[in-house]
Design a protein around this ligand. Structure first.
Ligand SMILES: [Zn+2]
Length: 319
């Protein structure tokens, strides 16, 4: 039995139109997501301004009155550790495979000063994005794999390094919200179970099988792509525990189906796959299930009419 059911939409879609659709949806959680990619630190900064506006606050109030809690999900590392610090503190940043430090993506996971800076900035970020669920989803950069190859980091896997950074963020979140919990994003290279680092007690698993296929259930072993995504799932659940474990899937992510490029393509939900997946997740002990639901707002309606998301809401309510 799922505890929480949600959808994640772009901050730029937060307004009257989605509020009206969500009020009738039966879901209890809305994730607000500034777009990812290499400019994620810029969309994050714009979103931090937007969430202070009257427009957003009244949107949030309206959802809260309908029993929907608002939280935020974002790639944050390049905002947390601004790249212009590179000239002053190159050792805070990542060593590429050739050993040279680079400001491109993430940071060194072994530099104590970088980690302390990360904690302080995360405390600030948590105050900019107060979460109704007390869950914070501040992810490392939006890149398949960018780990540090300095001598101190070299023996750590991408997942170990991601967990070190996530643990530091969890400590930072707790400086602002003493009950706050922080997501470890298992996605691309970090789908592997960490080997030599243990999670902070306030860290929970967020599983996002971005490279999956949608023609068959994620748990259909005949689908090679899906099998590769769920290969390590039992290990991840054993490692992080199923308490607070959350799925972030893509069944209604029309930004993915549109190649992350506007205009949005016409969207249709594969309800059979979605239903089988949601049941599979619930059976494995996940407490929360959500999906990106981007590119389905007003710009979708102008081209194609109201996006068919009711089927998704129904499947979640039945689970
Ligand atoms: Zn390093």
């Amino acid at each position: 039995m799922l505890k929480h059911r949600g959808i994640v939409i772009h901050d730029t879609d937060c307004g009257e139109y989605w509020a009206g659709r969500l009020e009738k949806s039966g879901i209890d959680t809305l994730g607000v997501h500034p777009a990812g990619g290499i400019d994620a630190h810029l969309t994050l900064a714009a979103c931090a301004d937007f969430v202070k506006t009257e427009d957003f606050l009244s949107f949030r109030d309206r959802l809260n009155r309908a029993g929907i809690r608002v939280e935020f999900e974002m790639h944050a590392l390049s905002w947390l550790l601004p790249r212009d610090l590179f000239s002053k503190h190159p050792e805070w940043f990542r060593a590429a495979e050739n050993g040279e430090r680079t400001p491109r993506f993430n940071c060194c996971a072994s530099n104590p000063e970088a980690l302390e800076y990360l904690r302080e900035r995360t405390a600030l970020l948590a105050s900019l994005f107060p979460s109704d669920t007390r869950r914070y989803h501040f992810w490392i950069d939006d890149v398949a794999e960018a780990k540090c190859h300095c001598p101190a980091c070299e023996s750590l896997t991408a997942s170990d390094q991601a967990l070190i950074l996530t643990n530091a963020m969890a400590e930072g979140v707790r400086r602002t919200d003493p009950e706050g919990k922080t997501a470890y994003l298992a996605y691309c290279e970090t789908l592997n179970v960490p080997k030599s680092i243990k999670p902070h007690p306030a860290v929970f698993l967020e599983f996002a099988p971005i490279a999956r296929s949608f023609t068959r259930s994620l748990f259909d072993p005949a689908d090679e792509k899906n099998a590769a995504q769920v290969n390590n799932l039992p290990g991840l659940l054993a490692f992080f525990g199923s308490r607070d474990a959350k799925v972030l899937d893509y069944w209604v992510d029309n930004s993915l189906f549109s190649g992350w490029k506007l205009p949005p393509k016409k969207f249709e939900l594969n309800a059979g796959v979605c239903r089988a997946d949601v049941l599979g997740y619930a059976e494995r002990g996940f407490e929360s299930v959500t999906s990106f639901g981007c590119f389905l707002g007003e710009n979708y309606r102008e081209l194609w009419g109201d996006a068919p998301v009711e089927g998704y809401f129904r499947i979640l309510s039945e689970a």
